[in-house]
Design a protein around this ligand. Structure first.
Ligand code: CAA
Length: 558
């Protein structure tokens, strides 16, 4: 097999400089090429800053840093790549430019050298078609930040030599990366799945379903992802996102990838994310990751004088809420049997009622009686009675989803009604979603935000729609991974590796599905499909393969 000892990297922006660092850390000699001395100096500065940070954090000593930097030559002459066994280009995403670069390389490097592209949006096949030896061209797609994220997508074309692929895979393993080999398709694995999710997140923002902060909290804390979509798009660059999104849409033609007009307007207005100092958020300076306040930053609401809370219901969730509300300093009145009107009258003085009866069980024969009881207990009578019993300023909530409008109408106080959806904790904390109807007032929302914070969770406020934010974004994203598997583009292990190591997810999507339960994922998909979410219908339609796994009771991972 080909031995790769010296590598070249062309283009030393964020990705190129990161790739140089990865190779140098892996013990290879690296030649980094830029077009001007100024850009070359900027590339060296990125490398210096990244390794300085590692030294400061004690992950690298100064000798180690000197060794890494000593392996790197930075130059403005392409001819310095003559000895490279592999060259990775990370120049701007313009096909002509890539052709020019690879055309020059054909005259400089040896016949055996491998030519790789870090493109995230162009087809490797069309890049290879502009070279004299397409058999030695592959994609080698790194993820930002390249020194941290371990995924390398190795993209082959119909002409790529097996020997070339094997050499690149072996090299990626040698430098501590996780290679995944896939065919040449728009978005490859990670971006293809990421962008379906981005489009839905952008729709939510555009529709005013949720604020940027709450959207990010929902996915970071509620779904356990390393970053929310707004923070991540700002990191990647909104222009890059827009471009990749268009390429994926051109391939799939699916409304779930249809370019977002919001994103397009932001790019046209020069809001490109961190690099321009402003994207979804505003940053301390161009290139900085430090978010500063702007006109969209929510003001910190004044504390309310809520002290007494009523919890209606029995069951685990009701028990947990009672103890967490007590720990949060509230006086809690518990009503276990709401059908007993004398009991209900004990809620006369509370400022907030949380109806937390166990949600209706699935209508199996045995549970049918319980389900009926639940419907009766939480039906019109309860909400009408609560509307009469509690004081005029009190807020009414239910943990049973999509009920804000009905409860608002039945209780006669729609301004003071919302739905609470309590999520299981993730590695990043716990989210409680607060679903408001069009009538719910801001004071109610502020009060509920305060309560959620005081019980140790993070609030996410959105419209009361199927799946709120967390389920409406996460579940279709998981379903999309199943669809990719069903299409035969990549296998379970590769898709899991791609999202875990390319996007920093705590586990891959199939491991998540098995953890949540494929039946649960399917049920949410079906509910989202049937309910009005405002998201593209084809994003929500369950994959037939998901249904198969549920019916056959087969996990995706073993
Ligand atoms: N360069 C080098 N190291 C970096 C770094 C950078 N730019 N940014 C962070 N790090 C290191 C830190 O030094 C730290 O290391 P230690 O834990 O050893 O001290 C580690 O990464 C974690 O960093 P932080 O504690 O500062 O912050 P964090 O825990 O929030 O992690 C993150 C930051 C690694 C960026 C994480 O949030 C993450 O993985 N986010 C998801 C990013 C993602 O999805 N990237 C892919 C985008 S798509 C793409 O790139 C492909 C494309 O084609 C567009």
């Amino acid at each position: 097999m080909r031995e790769i000892g010296t590598v070249g990297v062309i283009g030393l922006g964020t990705m190129g400089a990161g790739i140089v660092e990865v190779f140098a850390r892996g013990g290879l000699r690296v030649v980094g090429v830029e077009t001007t001395q100024e850009l070359a100096d900027r590339g060296r500065a990125i490398l210096q800053a990244s390794t300085d940070r590692a030294v400061k954090k004690g992950r690298l000593d100064e000798d180690g840093q000197a060794e890494i930097l000593g392996r790197v030559t930075i130059t403005t002459r392409m001819a310095d790549l003559a000895d490279a066994d592999l060259v990775v280009e990370a120049v701007p995403e313009i096909l002509d430019l890539k052709h020019r670069v690879f055309g020059q390389l054909d005259d400089i490097v040896g016949e055996d050298a491998v030519l790789a592209s870090n493109t995230s949006s162009l087809s490797i096949t069309s890049i290879a078609a502009g070279t004299r030896h397409p058999a030695r061209v592959v994609g080698m797609h790194f993820f930002n930040p390249a020194p941290v994220l371990k995924l390398v997508e190795v993209i082959t074309t119909l002409r790529t030599d097996e020997d070339v692929t094997a050499a690149v895979v072996a090299l990626a393993g040698r430098i501590g990366k996780k290679p995944v080999v896939v065919g040449d398709r728009a978005g490859f694995v990670a971006n293809y799945l990421l962008f379906g999710y981005f489009v839905s997140a952008l729709k939510m923002l555009e529709q005013g379903h949720v604020s940027r902060e709450d959207l990010d909290t929902a996915m970071r804390v509620g779904a356990g992802l390393p970053m929310g979509p707004c923070t991540l798009m700002d990191l990647v660059g909104l222009d890059v996102c827009h471009h990749i999104g268009e390429v994926i849409y051109a391939h799939s033609r699916s409304p779930m990838h249809a370019p977002s007009t919001l994103l397009e307007r932001m790019v046209t207005a020069g809001l490109l994310g961190r690099k321009s100092g402003r994207g979804f958020y505003t940053y301390a300076a161009p290139g900085s990751g430090q978010v500063v306040e702007d006109e969209q930053t929510p003001s910190t609401a004044a504390a309310t004088d809520l002290s007494a809370v009523g919890v209606v219901g029995t069951g685990e969730l009701a028990d947990e809420l009672v103890s967490r509300l007590q720990d949060g300093g509230y006086a809690v009145t518990r009503v276990e049997d709401p059908a007993d009107r004398a009991e209900l009258a004990r809620l006369a003085d509370v400022g907030l009622v949380v109806e937390a009866q166990a949600p209706a069980p699935p209508p199996g024969e045995e549970e049918l009686a319980d389900a009926q009881a639940w419907v009766e207990a939480t039906g019109e009578d309860l909400w009408e009675a609560l509307g009469e019993v509690v004081g005029p300023g009190a807020v009414l909530t239910t943990v049973n989803p999509e009920a804000a409008v009905a409860v608002g109408a039945l209780s006669g106080r729609p301004e003071q009604v919302a739905v609470l959806q309590v999520h299981a904790p993730t590695g990043n904390g716990q989210v409680v979603e607060i679903g408001r109807s069009s009538a719910t007032d801001d004071a109610t929302v502020a009060l509920l935000r305060e309560v959620v914070t005081r019980i140790g969770a993070e609030p996410v406020v959105c419209r009361d729609r199927s799946g709120m934010v967390v389920d409406a974004l996460l579940v279709p994203h998981l379903n999309d991974a199943v669809r990719m598997l069903d299409e035969g583009y990549a296998g379970v292990a590769d898709i899991d590796t791609a999202l875990q190591h390319g996007l920093g997810y705590p586990t891959g999507p199939f491991a998540m599905i098995d953890q949540i339960g494929a039946d649960e994922v399917l049920a949410v998909c079906e509910e989202l499909s049937a309910g009005g979410t405002g998201l593209p219908a084809d994003a929500l339609r369950p994959s037939p393969l998901l249904l198969e796994h549920v019916l056959l009771d087969r996990p995706f991972t073993s």
